[in-house]
Design a protein around this ligand. Structure first.
Ligand code: HEC
Length: 100
């Protein structure tokens, strides 16, 4: 009983907003379809960063796509909409664009 309560307290001590983008990507299952450098179902995040390097509108564009899903940019497979907040989508998009 005491041990399980302590376990709950630990979980509660890690609020979602304190997560790093990497932890967020893991917890939102992004990494099931994306590798950091290699394609799985969707493109590797490094490939995404390379494609949009120098595009000042990319962060907003990718954040919107993460939230609503879509297809056609990399092939015919589509990405499902992700259950992330607007702020989380921006955080993920910014992080993805920083991969090199
Ligand atoms: C079920 C598999 C799947 C999951 C889960 C998934 N993606 Fe994707 N993702 C894809 C596919 C497929 C594409 C390529 C879509 C296209 O061609 O337009 C893609 C494309 C992208 C792109 C590039 C979009 C573009 O227009 O260039 C980004 C950025 C991205 N995903 C981020 C994420 C993030 C962040 C998450 C987690 C919140 C996530 N994805 C979860 C399959 C997935």
């Amino acid at each position: 009983m005491i041990r399980s309560l302590a376990g709950l307290a630990l979980l509660a001590a890690a609020p979602a907003w304190a997560a790093t983008p990497q932890q967020l990507a893991n917890s939102k299952s992004c990494m099931a379809c994306h590798g950091m450098t290699q394609k799985i179902v969707g493109p590797g995040f490094k490939q995404v960063a390379e494609r949009y390097r120098g595009d000042p509108a990319a962060a907003a564009k990718l954040a919107a796509k993460i939230r609503s899903g879509g297809s056609g940019a990399w092939g015919s497979l589509s990405m499902p909409p992700a259950a992330v907040s607007d702020a989380e989508a921006k955080q993920l998009a910014t992080w993805i664009l920083q991969q090199k």
